[in-house]
Write a protein that binds this ligand. Structure first.
Ligand code: AMP
Length: 184
């Protein structure tokens, strides 16, 4: 049973690693960003509510992502474990998740902090070419990360859930470190 939360600045390679590790462990990769982008593409209500925030590099309101995660974690494939990528993104969401996991009887989650220095994340984000990857939006997303998401490092450290992996290495090296750290 593996339950992992991936934390780290945008552009640290979180999405790629989370996806690869989930496939390796045969558990679902649950990316709130992916779910939101799909909702925008499908022009659902959720997508329309989220788009304006995402285009600006802002976080979408808690309620939207919390409802999504609550529903997703109750799907049958999530019973045997999951990797959460992009959630929680702030302390209020982490508190929501803690309560949700208690109510679902899911616990033992660990948090992987994929650490990377600012220069390397900016280079990576600019090279990625996603629609929300213009320079201005990238700057805002990094600011939001620093102000809202980085405090989760202390939050999860205090709860003895945090494991840190150096994201500033080759994809293969990061993956090896990830496998070692979760096996330990
Ligand atoms: P990501 O693919 O994780 O970089 O997310 C892309 C965008 O989706 C973010 O910039 C936010 O606008 C939105 N988003 C994803 N996850 C969350 C979350 N947990 N809380 C609020 N907004 C989110």
């Amino acid at each position: 049973m593996t339950r992992l939360i991936f934390l780290g600045p945008p552009g640290a390679g979180k999405g790629t690693q989370a996806k690869t590790l989930a496939a390796f462990l045969q558990i679902p990769h649950i990316s709130t960003g992916d779910i939101l982008r799909q909702a925008i593409q499908d022009q659902t209500n959720l997508g329309m509510q989220a788009q304006g925030f995402m285009d600006k590099g802002e976080l979408v309101p808690d309620k939207l992502v919390e409802d999504m995660v609550k529903e997703r974690l109750q799907q049958p494939d999530a019973i045997t474990g999951w990797i959460l990528d992009g959630f929680p993104r702030k302390v209020t969401q982490a508190e929501f998740l803690a309560e949700l996991l208690t109510s679902l009887g899911q616990g033992g989650e660990k948090v992987i902090n994929l650490d990377a220095p600012d220069e390397s994340v900016i280079t990576r984000l600019l090279g990625r070419g996603r629609k929300d990857d213009t320079e201005e939006v990238i700057r805002r997303r990094l600011e939001v990360y620093r102000d809202e998401t980085a405090p989760l490092i202390n939050y999860f450290t205090d709860r003895q859930k945090l494991l840190t992996v150096n994201g500033n290495q080759s994809q293969e090296e990061v993956f090896t470190d990830l496998k070692n750290i979760i096996a330990a």
